[in-house]
Design a protein around this ligand. Sequence first.
Ligand code: NAP
Length: 337
Amino acid sequence: MWRYSCSYVARTASNIPLAIDHRDIHQTKRHKYIVLSARKLTILFLPPFVLFKLVSYILRSIFYENVAGKVVLITGASSGIGEHLAYEYARRGACLALVARREDRLQTVASKARQIGSPEVIVIPADISRIDDCKRFVDEVVTHFGRLDHLVNNAGIAPLYMFEDHMCVADHASVMNINFWGSVYSTQFAVPHLRTSRGKITVIASVAGWLPTPKLSIYGASKAALISFYETLRSEVGSDIGITIVTPGLIDSEITQGDFQAKVNRKFVPLVTTERCAKAIVNSTIRGESYLTEPAWTRVLLLWKVFCPEVLNWCNRFLLVTSPKTSQSDATHKKSL
Ligand SMILES: NC(=O)c1ccc[n+]([C@@H]2O[C@H](COP(=O)([O-])OP(=O)(O)OC[C@H]3O[C@@H](n4cnc5c(N)ncnc54)[C@H](OP(=O)(O)O)[C@@H]3O)[C@@H](O)[C@H]2O)c1
């Protein structure tokens, strides 16, 4: 029995590595074959795909959606990008529902939007981080106008701080509640109405959603979550609802006013005006584009992230965390908020 067991162990021990070797060799061959096929397919597929993108861009630029008389709900319309989105839609004759917490600001935006050309504007004060508020404003819009054509998820906050310096966990949660959950709640209640109207969702994420940006770790994470959520939703709803994901760079709004630029040491980055950003967003939405990055040059940074992440990290630390005038310890312990 002992001899049998020993010989069995010896046989098994000598067999196992051989069997694994065979499997490994087979797997490696398969992986090499897949990589080679993927490369060949990409090279073959790329030229017709680029042509297809060009043709569809031209077609979309000619046959874009006319939003006159359509109903557009904009969150965060009391200032900045949201305010100017309201004016852009008003210029095109859309009916508007404006949502934010500051009612007085919303009323001012509403009266200007009416003057510019919107046939009807309603104002709904609400906090998008509250699920009941989101249900209420979507219901109110549909009850008032009888339909919903565009939902623009724009409301957001961008607190600036080094992660280590800010120990208040509740603040991290509030960023997610407004930037991520606020958009998700509004979308959840709006989707049935948007399916009926074959409408559109525009979501204002941020370049910080795919570009590591010091002092915006939680903000960047909330925007990355948004991008991931809406990319997945796009696959689920198909052509019933168009989804445009917008990733703005630095835009001249309330968020970036005051001492923001000094805090993030970004004096060298030119700010885009809210008017220009809003115009690009509405144009992109009515053309049915899937993505918009404004200003367009920031897309170059995505290539840096893919091909030379170390260089990007070095630039981030040199330009945004430390500077020639700031010592490393000063920079990492300085409170930004
Ligand atoms: N400016 C930039 O450089 C930049 C870059 C990338 C992305 N973005 C994104 O663009 C969006 C608009 O920002 P902005 O630059 O236009 O800044 P903004 O002028 O500060 O506008 C933010 C808007 O969100 C609203 N809001 C904030 N919390 C809210 C809440 N809990 N419930 C309802 N509304 C709320 C604010 O209105 P109330 O305070 O009246 O509620 C305001 O109308 C944000 O999502 C931001 O993350 C901005």
